[in-house]
Design a protein around this ligand. Structure first.
Ligand code: NAG
Ligand code: NAG
Ligand code: NAG
Ligand code: NAG
Ligand code: NAG
Ligand code: NAG
Ligand code: NAG
Ligand code: NAG
Ligand code: NAG
Ligand code: NAG
Ligand code: NAG
Length: 370
């Protein structure tokens, strides 16, 4: 009798355990081939929570006594019978991998998990055809960017910066034709910049700095006719700056610092890039004269041409830049020997906002004018 009762107790405990187990993960696989899609959204969220480490209790509202559309960070569209349209868990102290089940939230518009400590691979999100904003920035994702991401054809913002992503940028990334904002900077990406990117003609801001990209800058980036910010600095890019880039007349920031770029700058550069505010070309192998026409780009505030092989005189036209704050021309082979070649210094008197003027390590001699 006593033994019988013990067996019963054990069985009950086993069943309880099984029920708990099903609740916390496997439900989808066991029972749900016929449930409405809004319930699969809930199950996907339960899967997401099950593998997430949540030390601050940010997901404590994610329990069955509350409708999942009211769970913190979850937004639903009631018109679509409670399908999840946004998951925003910015800066919640979350860590662990992202459950691949997130890829089943097929009505998702926005996935913002930025500024947490999520790690592991970015899961396949290729069924998220409605997704417009993907922000996984400031996490610890590693591994490669899945090729299948190129199927999210409605993406407008792709923010994967400040992770540990490696491998190459998917070759067909240019299929994401609706991108306006593209930022994969501060990762460990290798390989070359895919020319297919030239198909993303609506792009406004494009950032790949602080990676390990090599090869040349593709001519196709010259198709970014609406771009205002282009950042490719701190990589291993070589060859010349494609002439097509000097057609991007809406550019405000051009960051190509710390690469191995060679060749000279076109003499009409300042006339063609007339909206430039920040120009960072330092730490490359650029040569030739600094174009006089830079003085025509009247919004320039910050110019870094340091640590290149520029020769000739410093243009007096810099004196026309009334917003200039910083001019760094150090570590070049610039010359000043007579009063005419020191004229630029007099011209700079007009730049009343100037805070930094760096000219060290050049070939300047004679007397600095009073
Ligand atoms: C569910 O979450 C709500 C809100 O955070 C909380 O008040 C409630 O105690 C939770 N219920 C359970 C059963 O954990
Ligand atoms: C979410 O919470 C609000 C306020 O408590 C409530 O009015 C609403 O009905 C809840 N939504 C769902 C889908 O249960
Ligand atoms: C799920 O969708 C069904 C119809 O497809 C609807 O009747 C039900 O109210 C929805 N559930 C929620 C929680 O919105
Ligand atoms: C891309 O999305 C479409 C539509 O959802 C789907 O039919 C197709 O299988 C997906 N392709 C890949 C490679 O995931
Ligand atoms: C992530 O993207 C959202 C939407 O664009 C933005 O509001 C948020 O500031 C971004 N977070 C970071 C860390 O960039
Ligand atoms: C980046 O990649 C290089 C070479 O592939 C490797 O040596 C280095 O450890 C990686 N750095 C990080 C932070 O993953
Ligand atoms: C750009 O798109 C066109 C048509 O949409 C396609 O034929 C071409 O192959 C694409 N170019 C690249 C480099 O992907
Ligand atoms: C360029 O930007 C403007 C203003 O935001 C917008 O109206 C226009 O449609 C854009 N053009 C392209 C090709 O994306
Ligand atoms: C630059 O733009 C001009 C005029 O729009 C065009 O004729 C020329 O082919 C473009 N140059 C490059 C290298 O894209
Ligand atoms: C641009 O600058 C150059 C040299 O400083 C000058 O000759 C030229 O006339 C300027 N162009 C315009 C459009 O102001
Ligand atoms: C400095 O400013 C004055 C007054 O605006 C102007 O006359 C002069 O030509 C400027 N000098 C230079 C070198 O641009």
């Amino acid at each position: 009798m006593a033994e019988d009762r013990q067996v019963k107790v054990k069985l009950t405990m086993l069943m309880l355990l099984l029920a708990l187990c099903l609740l916390s993960h496997g439900v989808r696989n066991v029972c749900c081939s016929t449930v409405p899609e809004n319930s699969t959204d809930m199950l996907a969220l339960i899967d997401f929570k099950a593998v997430t480490t949540d030390p601050l209790g940010s997901l404590s509202s994610w329990n069955t006594s509350i409708h999942y559309c009211n769970w913190s960070g979850v937004t639903c569209n009631q018109k679509n019978h409670g399908r999840v349209t946004a998951l925003k868990l910015y800066n919640q102290g979350l860590s662990g991998p992202i459950s691949p089940s997130v890829g089943f939230l097929t009505f998702l518009h926005t996935l913002d998990l930025s500024t947490n400590q999520f790690s592991g691979q970015i899961p396949h999100l290729n069924n998220l055809q409605k997704m417009q904003i993907l922000n996984l920035s400031y996490n610890s994702f590693d591994g490669v960017i899945p090729d299948t991401l190129t199927n999210c054809s409605n993406l407008k913002e792709l923010r994967l910066y400040h992770n540990l992503l490696n491998g190459a940028i998917p070759r067909e990334i240019g299929l994401l034709k609706n991108l306006v904002y593209f930022a994969l900077n501060n990762n460990n990406l290798t390989g070359t910049i895919p020319p297919s990117l030239g198909n993303i003609t609506h792009i406004k801001e494009f950032f790949l700095q602080e990676n390990q990209l090599e090869g040349t800058i593709p001519d196709e980036l010259g198709h970014f006719s609406n771009i205002s910010m282009l950042g490719l600095g701190t990589n291993r890019l070589s060859g010349t700056i494609p002439v097509s880039l000097f057609n991007l007349s809406l550019l405000q920031g051009l960051h190509l610092r710390a690469n191995q770029l060679s060749g000279s700058l076109p003499s009409n550069m300042g006339d063609r890039l007339s909206n430039l505010e920040r120009l960072y070309l330092g730490q490359n192998w650029l040569e030739g004269h600094i174009p006089d026409s830079l003085g025509n780009a009247s919004m320039l505030q910050d110019i870094g041409l340091q640590s290149n092989d520029f020769t000739g005189q410093i243009p007096s036209s810099f004196g026309k830049l009334s917003s200039l704050i910083r001019l760094d021309l150090g570590l070049n082979m610039l010359e000043a020997k007579d009063s005419e070649s020191w004229e630029f210094l007099h011209a700079l008197e007009n730049c009343s906002a100037l805070q930094v003027l760096a000219l060290s390590n050049n070939q300047m001699q004679g007397v600095i004018p009073n």
